[in-house]
Design a protein. Structure first.
Length: 177
């Protein structure tokens, strides 16, 4: 399972941005389009990844977790209320699904035993599965290529993300300049 924070091979933000952009290309979605995470989950993932599966479970079965990726079963498991929220365009849970897709793409073959062996509080953040999945989700949902002239709320609206994610992307862009 990749529902806790583990240690993963170090990956820079730049590498994650390249992966997110490459995945958009594979999906045929241009950088200024809003991502339909549900369509990717329901149709595209199994076209691209052999053996991919997703499961929606009752919220009582998964009281403490929104979703997780089961690397052994090669599946993404999502709580029904989170899935419904994402279908209805809820920015936070569209992000939840993008985050799990990131785990699937990046951490499925991670040796979890090895990943657990280090003290997660002592490893640099870019070597953690959670940071990598969040960074992928942000750059997958909001490519920085077309946002320089947009305000926070415009980015949030255009790409279906929270204001927090929009702000994060603007900050990243400004830092890079
Ligand atoms: Zn995660």
């Amino acid at each position: 399972m990749v529902n806790s924070n583990y240690c993963a091979p170090p990956t820079s933000t730049k590498e994650i941005i390249q992966l997110a952009s490459f995945f958009r290309k594979v999906l045929g979605i241009s950088a200024d389009e809003k991502i339909d995470v549900i369509r990717i989950l329901e149709f595209k993932m199994q076209e691209i990844f052999e053996g991919f599966n997703y499961v929606i479970v009752d919220s009582q079965e998964l009281p403490d977790t929104y979703a997780y990726t089961d690397s052994k079963k090669k599946e993404i498991v999502i709580r029904d209320d989170i899935y419904d929220a994402a279908i209805n365009g809820d920015a936070r849970h569209r992000f939840t699904i993008a985050h799990e897709i990131a785990h699937y793409i990046k951490h499925l073959n991670l040796d979890i035993k090895l990943a657990r062996s280090k003290d997660i509080n002592k490893v640099p953040i870019y070597e953690t599965t959670e940071w990598q999945a969040n960074t992928f989700a942000r750059h997958f949902l909001v490519p920085i290529d077309y946002i320089s002239n947009l305000r926070e709320h415009e980015i949030a609206e255009k790409y279906g993300v929270s204001l927090e994610v929009a702000r994060y992307q603007i900050d990243y862009l400004n830092k890079r300049k």
